[in-house]
Design a protein around this ligand. Structure first.
Ligand SMILES: Cc1cc2nc3c(=O)[nH]c(=O)nc-3n(C[C@H](O)[C@H](O)[C@H](O)COP(=O)(O)O)c2cc1C
Length: 416
């Protein structure tokens, strides 16, 4: 397909996307953020040279800010054992990463998360995993971690303290911004979800109670890092399954985060444990997922049950736009539009509709120089085909686009 959109004239709205912007206390060189996409480049939970190179390349490619994905705030907060864990030992490696990104004029954010009741990490202290309410941890069945244990009040306090400690370490490592992961079915998203948080104490029930832990985390992190660091929250517009969080509550969550002093909200959706493709859209890379799975029984489970339990959603450009508009209409604080942003036209529309920033994942994995290419007029659209094979690569040798492979024939099963 020929890429005619590169020849579009630059509209005032698109120009706004490429112009410097303020995010809380930060000045960004443009309004384009590389969103967190787990890199799979942290052997032993530590940052590698590969991780540094990955983000350096994105910074050199022209984004305003890149985001290091999922830093677990504690060993208990890891979904799997190799995940980056924000402890003092990783600070020097992360400092090399932030220095390298800064050398290219970009800002760098660290996503801080906790897995709650969604984990297959056998190395975490038992009982593991722990979430808002008891339930099943299907993700950890084969690892002998079938049950989710309800968090005690001491566990809750520990989580708040762990977020604050990790945030402080991130600042020591030179990060400009912190992104609190309140989405995708991780702990703080489990807490907000009426389907998953079934607590009957002061930490569950109506939305005010379900918001209590996420807000306590925001407050503790802000106290720990002060006002010079941008604090953003990645939230769900909807969980993507019946009984889960819907956009009406997402608006209220946005209002509460606005009052709590969050500098921007990055709007996403979906629950990795229940609706993994809702947050991505596009193809289901089952063949690759089976190939990289190490556990033989899990391999079999993906092969037999995968086609039935992993629902697919056709890819659409700007796939969260309809729901995001509702937050835009209700909130004053800066909002980051995300989901299927792949072209100059998409940037134009996001700015035209009043969003303050855009965040791109797969389009930049496929083409780290995309923003430079847009500005130079040498590309109008990312080459990404939303085959989602990058997800498989993340578990193989680190996230990357497979389109360069000589024999590349990404499986487009169930794609749009
Ligand atoms: C390989 C891969 C890894 C991802 N890892 C994370 C993650 O660690 N944290 C997160 O919040 N979202 C993660 N996501 C979701 C993205 O941040 C983003 O929400 C999603 O890809 C939709 O944006 P896009 O259409 O621009 O790719 C991941 C997505 C992909 C493709």
């Amino acid at each position: 397909m020929s890429d005619t959109s590169s020849f579009r004239p630059l509209s005032a709205f698109e120009a706004r996307a490429y112009a410097p912007a303020t995010l809380g206390p930060l000045q960004l060189r443009n309004r384009i953020i590389k969103t967190a996409t787990y890199e799979g480049m942290t052997p032993g939970g530590k940052p590698s040279q590969q991780l540094i190179d990955h983000h350096t390349q994105l910074a050199a490619g022209g984004v305003g800010m890149t985001t290091v994905a999922y830093g677990a705030v504690s060993a208990r907060g890891r979904t799997f054992a190799e995940q980056l864990t924000v402890v003092p030992e990783v600070v020097p490696g992360l400092r090399r990463l932030t220095d390298a990104v800064h050398a290219h004029g970009a800002r760098v954010s660290l996503q801080l998360g906790h897995c709650g009741g969604f984990s297959k990490d056998r190395t975490a202290p038992r009982p593991h995993p722990r979430g808002p309410s008891p339930g099943w941890n299907t993700y950890g069945l084969m690892q002998g971690l079938p049950r989710v244990h309800a968090m005690s009040l001491a566990d809750i306090q520990q989580v708040i303290d762990d977020f604050a400690t990790a945030a402080r370490l991130a600042v020591d490592a030179g990060f400009d911004a912190l992104e609190l992961h309140l989405g995708h079915g991780y702990l703080l998203s489990q807490w907000l979800s009426p389907a998953v948080n079934r607590r009957t104490d002061a930490w569950g029930g109506d939305l005010d109670r379900r918001l209590r832990l996420p807000l306590a985390v925001v407050e503790a992190v802000r106290r720990a890092v002060g006002q010079d660091i941008a604090l953003v929250a990645k939230t769900n517009l909807s969980d993507g399954f019946k009984g889960g969080l819907e956009v009406s509550e997402a608006i209220e969550i946005g209002r509460a985060l606005e009052r709590a002093g969050v500098d921007a909200i990055l709007m996403s959706g979906g629950f990795v444990s229940k609706t993994p493709l809702y947050l991505l859209r596009g193809a289901r890379p089952l063949r690759g997922m089976i190939a990289v799975e190490k556990h033989p029984l899990q391999k079999l489970a993906i092969a037999t049950a995968g086609p039935f339990v992993m629902r697919t959603y056709p890819f659409e450009e700007l796939f969260f736009l309809d729901q995001a508009r509702k937050l835009r209409a209700a909130l004053q604080l800066p909002l980051v539009l995300l989901g299927g942003i792949v072209s100059r036209q998409n940037l134009d529309q996001a700015m035209r509709e009043g969003f303050d920033f855009v965040a791109l994942g797969r389009a930049l994995i496929a083409q780290p120089t995309l923003i430079q290419d847009f500005v130079a007029g040498t590309a109008g659209r990312s080459r990404c085909t939303h085959c989602n094979e990058c997800m498989v690569e993340m578990d193989r040798n680190g996230v990357r686009c497979v389109l360069d492979d000589a024999e590349a024939s990404p499986e487009l099963e169930n794609s749009d």
